[in-house]
Design a binder for this molecule. Sequence first.
Ligand SMILES: Nc1ncnc2c1ncn2[C@@H]1O[C@H](COP(=O)(O)OP(=O)(O)OP(=O)(O)O)[C@@H](O)[C@H]1O
Length: 298
Amino acid sequence: MAIQLQQVSYTYSERSLWRQTALHGIDFELPQGTMVGIAGATGSGKSTLLQLLNGILRPTQGTVSVLDITLRAGEKAPKLLPLRRRVGLVFQFPEQQMFAETVEKDLCFGPLNFGMSPDEARERACRAMLDMGLDLALLERNPFRLSGGQMRKAAIASVLAADPEIVVLDEPTASLDPVSRKELIGLLTRLCRERGRTVIIVTHRMDELLPYADRWVILDQGRSVFQGSVRELAADPSLLTRCGLAVPDSLRYWRAVADRLGLEDEEPRLTPEGLAELIVSRESGSSGRVGEKGTGHE
Ligand SMILES: Nc1ncnc2c1ncn2[C@@H]1O[C@H](COP(=O)(O)OP(=O)(O)OP(=O)(O)O)[C@@H](O)[C@H]1O
């Protein structure tokens, strides 16, 4: 398992009157090479969960195991550099992670810190910039003189430059335009499918990730109330409403078609193309199974 959480709770300011338990008894297992979406209403504990995965926070109860590193509540933490090297975290607010005076220094920081030569680090930085669709001329720029969208892309590039085995992103598409959002989800999907990276994404925009994520974790007031595939989620989307979330359009359309055509056993079609193909194939009298096309998993 790439990640295993056993009965993990996290309480902020544990020893003060203002303590706030953000996560309660979370169990969670994830094999390497999966793409996971985490959703939940505001304050449900999503960011707290992400920060436990790369050791920024340590569990106040339970055990977090990531790759071969284990953090147990109440025990002295092991050295965290190996964990930070292998688990890249993109923060919710990119300005929280950009700190150097140029974008280049920011992007090279991880690779240099993890022992790469300056040439290798620069090559990694350039590749990550290009992957994120950023002009290399921006490498000279102060990160705080970038637009909001450019800064977010640069923050993601700085994590990808270090080539972590697990990439954890807190609302990575916020402040990006629709084309950039689609490109970023495409890039993260390729990172997972072609290079075996585990990609974990917190999102308030479930629609854009639904066709690609292998698994979903839904949090409600610090508790994990759902863990499973999109197929399982599609079987009862009202769970989302009960957690204060809107049911994504693609799931609503799928349910409307599936209920009318009696398609309980079908893999959900979550793109307009996949849904259209299914309806056409039904109308023309074929079986309706159109392979996986249109599910987003092709
Ligand atoms: N530094 C902190 N000190 C005390 N309480 C905190 C701190 N950070 C978060 N919390 C509380 O922990 C709970 C979970 O917060 P968290 O940021 O993990 O939620 P979230 O699901 O990521 O929310 P959002 O979608 O709004 O970003 C909330 O009740 C929040 O007020």
